[in-house]
Design a protein around this ligand. Structure first.
Ligand code: GCU
Length: 430
């Protein structure tokens, strides 16, 4: 069989594995917003609170929206939290061809629900979970940070043998499967272009969020253990909320380091971690900007009138990601008091990039664009331009809501990172 045939077979096999995604990758997203406006209108009366007219009205509204999103989608967040930096080690003074310094930090985070405090689980051989940090070499002033949660474990994201790995580590992006994964999901699916990022003056913090494992039974067990008092399935938080919370715990640690500009920490995530990157920003005002690539359902895409992955699909496939109430809303999305434009509105006026691909209809680019339109009045109320592009493909990286639509499917491909950096430069370097 010739090389192109083998590639095609591999591609089809991988697509078949991704069942739901597969049926949607043959469809195309519309280039113009299509479908009804997001409801409820973001400035209307909500949960007994009168319509919004001023920025201070909006400040008072935010906790009501958070509460409603917790009840309907994400589950209860901890009442309080704390984070300890247990260890910082330099792994490589001259990483990425001398462009960066690689460090490994050990963190421990505590979730406090009521009067019960529970500590996150340990990374094998360490006293906590790990954060890998790559800082530009010889930076003369505090640097902005791209804080990312990743699918691939950190020892695969960062190709340096000094990064800690458990003895029984399973390969994801490396080994023979790595080629297929990169072929299907793009060259940057596991490892971002560190050299390019460092040269632009950003540091990168990599958090492999396995303190809350992304597995149905293991994940649920850990979520129940961490949320003491809320462990029953009706109220416990979902993994997306917990991953958002882990972003914030990493910020607790990063903001104490003088080499880091704590006012310029951006969260970055692809797909499920794009959902978490948005949640982190919506609950934590220290997040200066967000890059949420293909965050889809439970992320930037509206629940109502959607194409692609429905609420029923996602809660059936990934029951540990959300509160049980989200699953119960499947087929009755109209009855929900919230929709995902409210999540985006909570981030206003901070900049957010919503990344999309034309054939990734499973993530519903159109629903994400309508959510951006739905959140836009809050950006304007707060004195920002918000969304300024009329179409999905009219890329404007200097708008506070920037919508990136490229050709192709689900993944992180060659043209994505230059766009992410263009947006971050426009937003964080002025
Ligand atoms: C599945 C899931 C999506 C998710 C994606 C990912 O396709 O249905 O909601 O965003 O996995 O994380 O790659």
């Amino acid at each position: 069989m010739t090389n192109p045939h083998i590639r095609l077979l591999l591609l089809l096999a991988a697509l078949a594995l991704l069942s739901g995604c597969a049926k949607m990758t043959l469809a195309w997203a519309d280039l113009k917003p299509a479908g009804p406006a997001a409801t409820p209108p973001v400035l209307d009366a909500f949960a007994g609170d009168a319509a919004i007219n001023t920025p201070s009205d909006w400040e008072a509204r935010k906790p009501l929206i958070q509460e409603a999103l917790e009840a309907e989608v994400y589950g209860a967040f901890p009442d309080a939290s704390s984070t300890r930096v247990l260890d910082k080690r330099v792994l490589n003074e001259s990483a990425f061809g001398g462009r960066g310094v690689l460090e490994e930090w050990t963190l421990s985070a505590t979730a406090i629900f009521g009067d019960r405090a529970v500590v996150t689980k340990l990374f094998p051989g360490h006293d906590g979970f790990l954060l890998e940090l790559v800082l530009p070499a010889q930076a003369s002033e505090p640097v902005p940070i791209i804080l990312m949660e990743t699918f691939c474990p950190s020892w695969e994201v960062i190709p340096d043998p000094a990064v800690s790995r458990p003895a029984d580590a399973r390969e994801m992006g490396g080994g023979p499967l790595g080629g297929v994964m990169t072929y299907v999901f793009g060259r940057y699916i596991c490892t971002p272009p560190f050299e390019m990022i460092l040269e632009r003056g950003y540091g990168v913090a990599v958090l492999y969020p396995n303190a809350v494992p992304d597995q149905r039974s293991e994940g649920l067990a850990e979520l129940r253990r961490l949320s003491a008092g809320y462990e029953d399935d009706e109220t416990r938080w979902g993994a997306v909320a917990a991953w958002g919370w882990l972003f914030s715990r990493a910020i607790d640690a990063l903001e104490t380091d003088p080499r880091i500009d704590s006012e310029r920490i951006a969260t970055w995530g692809h797909s499920r971690y794009g959902k978490a990157a948005l949640v982190a920003a919506a609950w934590d005002s220290r997040v200066a900007a967000v890059v949420a690539h293909q965050s889809g359902t439970g992320g930037a895409s509206l629940n109502r009138d959607k194409k692609g992955e429905s609420v029923g699909d996602i809660t059936g496939g990934y029951p540990h990601w959300f509160a049980k109430s989200y699953a119960a809303a499947a087929g009755e999305e109209e009855e929900m008091s919230t929709d995902q434009h409210l999540l985006l509105a909570l981030i206003a006026p901070r900049p957010v990039l919503l990344g999309n691909a034309r054939r990734d209809v499973w993530s519903d680019p159109n629903g994400a664009f309508r959510a951006a339109m739905g959140a836009d009045p809050v950006y304007e109320l707060l004195g920002s331009d918000g969304l300024s592009q009329p179409r999905l493909d009219d890329w404007r990286p200097d708008s506070e809501i920037a919508f990136w639509l490229r050709p192709g499917t689900h993944g992180v491909v060659k043209e994505d990172w230059p766009a992410f950096l263009e947006f971050l430069d426009a937003q964080l370097k002025n």
